[in-house]
Design a binder for this molecule. Sequence first.
Ligand code: IPD
Length: 281
Amino acid sequence: MSSYPSDRVRPLLDVAELLAREAGALVREGRRRHVGVAATKSSAQDVVTAMDLASEALLRRRLAELRPDDAILGEEEAFRPGTSGITWVVDPIDGTVNYLYGLPSYAVSVAAVVGPDPVAAPEPATWTALAGCVFSPEDGRSYTAARGLGARLDGRELRVSAARPLIDSLVGTGFGYVATRRRAQGRIVAELLPQVRDIRRAGCASLDLCAVAAGGLDLYYERGLQPWDLAAGALVAQEAGAQVTGLRGQAAQEAMTVAGPPGSVERLRDLLESLGADSDA
Ligand code: IPD
């Protein structure tokens, strides 16, 4: 990472926050009008609104203006290759179901990452995240992080909560949209519930990861996260001192993401491994 010192990372953070705020303003304004389902994805419950599409179009247009040589990996459109080695990983609305129902827990997530292959779409298990912003339009909160420079909420430095026993831990999680996966996830959460302080399912993975950074959750785990759900929030959590990992020695990725303070995260990880939480069986 020596080729990405702070003077190269800081401008990426500025772009991430600027664009997350611009897209956030668009989607918040768009919510005043009627928000309807424009399409569905992995199941009939996995919805896309017209504002998901408009927000991603804005992010892509602005990135093309500000960072024309960089690649873009977004939730709603195809991977756009670049030439610089940097990829912007964007979620135009994370928490679309909350957005559709008028609930406040949704965000725009924008991150810059570098992968091992400068031309292929990067993957969470092997990329290095450089900078990111998770912007929460309803309360105007901006969670930012840059590699080696810490994590901040509206400029205030973030630190994860202290490690504590599982039984005293508030644990966030989320569920996929496909019935077979949900059935398996339901079994896992039923095993966990008697062993933790409580469970939260807020419906926005990027804000869940930021909540770990800000001490609003002690721990978080989820199976099925896509690159755009993970990119900026995982960097915010890591830069706040959290460990963000997968199971069985793997990095955080779609199979499983576990986040929390070192000393706590291992207990949850071991339990999830013993329960086979990285399988839909
Ligand atoms: C979803 C949210 C949700 C998580 C799902 C994600 P989307 O993102 O982050 O909390 O449980 O796994 O797909 O679809 O609203 O962008």
